[in-house]
Every structure is written in C-alpha cells, then in structure tokens.
Ligand binder design. Structure first.
Ligand SMILES: Cc1ncc(COP(=O)(O)O)c(C=O)c1O
Length: 441
C-alpha cells in the first residue's frame, strides 16, 4: 500500500471510531421526552466514511461517486437514465423544463399551455409549471389516498392540455392505470414526482416507470438522503439529453465535469449564427441552470443505496403496525388506504379527523406534540389558498372540496425506519391516552 492509501485508510478508520464514539449510541428512547419525528435520516459509519473519502479526493463537483450513484439508482428505479441534481425541487424544475425544449418540435410545451395537477401537496411539484409560464389546472383528490380523483381527468382536459404532473402522495401511488391511459389517449406527457415514493410499486412495477420522466428527492426526510439532492429519471434518450442540458447551464455539449470532446466533434459544428467550429462546450441550446450535485453529496447517497431495501421494508412494517393500532378509532379517523393495485413505500402515515362534536385536529395535534410525537400537515394544503399563488394564473376544475377537507382535518405522523418497536408502541399508546382523555374509549 502506498503512503497516500495508507494515510487515507488511517483517516477513514478514525472516522469510523468517531462514529462509534459520538453518533452510534445516541438512540436512547425516553417515553414522553425523546421526540419521535415524522421523518429523519438513518445512517451509520459508512455514510460518514464515504463523505470523508470523497472530501479527500477533493474533486468537489460531480465525480466518481455521482457516476456510481446514477448507474446504480437508475437500475434500482428500473430506468435507463438517471441525472443527479441538487434537490427534489430542482429535479422537478429540470424535468419540466426538459419538456419545453424546442428539440421536441410539435410536442414542445409552450407558454399558456395547460398542465393537469392537484393543489394538495408540495409547492415545488407545481412551481415549475408556473415558472415556465404554463397554467396549472387543479383537480380534487380522494380523502383516503390524498391522490388525484381520476374521475375529474376528462373534465379537466382542454385543447391546451399538454401534460400531467403529479406526486405519489406520501408514498401512495396515484391511479397510474387511469392517468397513464388518459395521457396515452390524449398524447400528453406525464411527469411522476416520486420524491416521497421511492420503492413504491403499482401493478408490480416501480413508480416512475409509467411516465415520461420521474423525479426523486434526497433531502433528509426522504427514503434515502444526501443532505440535499435529487434525481431525474427517464427511459428516453432525447429527454435525458434535455435534462442534462437544463441542469448544466443549458449547454448543448454533454461532457462530464473535467472532460472534453466526448462526442469527438468539439470543433466541427455550426449552430445558429455562431461561427463554424465554435467550441461545442460553449454552445447553449436552452436557457438553463446549474443544478448539479457535489460528489460529497453523492458519496453519502451511495452508502444509503445499500440500505434502501431494508428502509422500505421497515416503512411498510411500521405503516401496518400503526394502522392496526389505530383501527379501533375509525369512528373518528379516516385512515389511509393504499391505492388499489399498489404496494406503497410509505413516506408518512396520513389520516384525517372525521368532523365530530368531541375534538378537532388541533386538539389531537396538541396532544401528540405534547407527548413529543411530531406531526405535519399535507404540505401546502390547498395551493390556491397560499399567499404566493394569489397572482398566479391557474384553472380549477370542480370545487376542491376534498382538498379543503384534508387541509382542515388531515395530519401525518412518521413511519420512517428510525421508528423502532418501542417508539411505535409508544405512538399507538399515545392515541389510546388521547381517546381515553376525551372519554371516547
Ligand atoms: C412531493 C415532493 N416533491 C418535491 C419535493 C421537494 O424536494 P426537495 O426538498 O429536495 O427540494 C418534496 C419535498 O419534500 C416533496 O414532498
């Protein structure tokens, strides 16, 4: 072993020791004192050693770890191509922008075109539509799945409709059969926001493989993390080229960081009114961004990938336990239902309170939070009611009654792999204490 490799080995052994000393045993659970988050990162020494390993390379921008992650993650998601970006929001922006490319000719999305989506969810699923001067068309959801009510699809269609962009809400797939069929029938693009749904399947197939493009987030709350990070996946070479271009400053060239002349024709082309042979590295076919990931982020993701199958199993197991534990309160709670034909890799346990004379959402939220069980609502609730959307051009189909219902009455709590049996039992017992206090059991 040379001196450099020996030194690196020593440093990484120290990192492992640091993990063992500082991070490993801080998992004690004291009921009522230790907070139980709705989500969080789960890691061991391998994430920390990868991170330091990549920092010792000092390559900084996307490099060997990013390459490895993209290859392995594409395979895992059953897609041909994966492009890493710096967040799930960037993934949505890049995926959507890829459809605005003039390279798509008659299928190019243009300002004023319409995109069918829902108002119940995370803002950056919808923002790229607005940011590209297209018009979101909001349809209602079902309360049990918090996903699009597909019976509104035909009603939402106009001659301007060009795409559907939807998230699989909190891991629960939307009705992919109906939505895919609708998109096929009307020649629409479909973007699946899988930020909360890595590993969910529909009809035995991975979510993300049904649409034209899929997006993922690696923020710490998600199924696997890089701290900040995201990915755009597709099976279609042309769309992947557009994704890379929008991600990488809008350039036409697709050389990786630090490499030149991958296509072998760097000085052979003539574009627009640029001179013949103008350096392809500096030819821009799109008005793009720079949303690349660093190799330090990707290195953490590579370590997380090994844990992904176990994470998904644990999420499913926790969901089943929680649902069984809360079943007896069904007179008061609308519990989550997996979409027919699906096997969700749950992000959270979303449920709504049935409006009643004994308690409301706030009463239950205050009880759970006092007992250190963190709660969240369905992100923006109803985007059309948010301050940011007051000047935005959008269209609403129907009255978004269920969207408003979930906005007023819905909450979610955690099922992430950091919730062990002890924590799960405590969560279930906390509901028991609440319903006893209210004299309802
Ligand atoms: C459905 C959905 N899409 C997109 C995002 C954005 O991801 P990020 O936080 O990585 O930007 C989130 C964030 O949690 C999300 O839940």
């Amino acid at each position: 072993m040379n001196k450099e490799a020996k030194l690196r080995k020593e440093i990484l052994e120290k990192v492992q020791q640091y993990y063992d000393e500082v991070h490993k045993n801080n998992n004690e659970f004291i009921p009522g004192k230790t907070k139980i988050s709705f989500a969080g990162r789960v890691y061991d020494q391998s994430e920390m050693t990868h991170l330091v390993d990549s920092s010792l390379d000092f390559w900084l921008t996307a490099g060997r770890y990013a390459d490895e992650f993209e290859k392995r993650f594409a395979q895992w998601m059953q897609q041909k191509y994966c492009a890493l970006v710096n967040s799930g929001s960037s993934a949505n922006l890049v995926a959507f922008s890829a459809l605005t490319s003039p390279k798509l000719k008659s299928r190019q999305l243009l300002p004023g075109d319409e995109v069918i989506t829902v108002a119940a969810g995370f803002p950056t699923t919808v923002n790229p539509i607005v940011q590209n001067d297209l018009v979101p068309v909001f349809v209602d959801i079902e309360v049990e799945t918090c996903n699009i009510d597909v019976s509104y699809l035909e009603q939402a269609l106009s001659e301007k409709t060009k795409a559907v962009m939807l998230a699989h809400t909190l891991g629960n797939p939307f009705n992919l059969e109906a939505v895919s069929e609708f998109c096929r029938k009307h020649n629409l693009f479909l973007i699946e926001d899988c930020c909360d749904a890595v590993g969910s399947t529909y009809d035995g197939k991975m979510v993300g493989t049904f649409g034209d493009l899929a997006t993922v987030s690696f923020y710490p709350a998600h199924h696997i993390t890089m701290g900040e990070g995201g990915a755009v996946l597709t099976n279609r070479g042309t769309l992947h080229r557009n994704v890379l271009s929008f991600r990488d400053w809008g350039r036409d060239c697709f050389c990786g960081p630090g490499s030149d002349n991958t296509c072998g024709h760097r000085f052979d082309f003539q574009f627009g009114t640029l001179p013949q042979g103008y350096d392809h590295k500096y030819v821009y076919s799109h008005v793009g961004y720079n949303l690349k990931v660093s190799d330090m982020q990707a290195s953490v993701g590579v370590a997380q990938l090994d844990k992904l199958p176990h994470f998904i199993e644990k999420r499913k197991e926790n969901f089943v336990k929680l649902k069984a534990g809360l079943k007896k309160y069904e007179d008061y709670l609308i519990l989550p239902e997996a979409t027919p034909n699906s096997d969700p890799s749950w992000f959270g346990f979303m449920f709504s309170i049935k409006e009643n004379d004994h308690f409301n959402r706030l009463d239950l939220v205050e009880h759970l939070e006092e007992e250190r069980i963190l709660t969240r609502q369905l992100f923006a609730g109803n985007l059309t009611r948010q301050p940011a959307y007051q000047g935005v051009k959008y269209r609403v189909v129907g009255d978004l009654k269920n969207t408003d219902y979930v906005m007023r009455n819905g909450i979610f709590i955690g099922v992430y792999p950091g919730i062990d049996d002890q924590r799960m039992d405590y969560m279930i017992s906390s509901f028991e204490r609440f319903f006893k206090k209210k004299g309802l059991v």
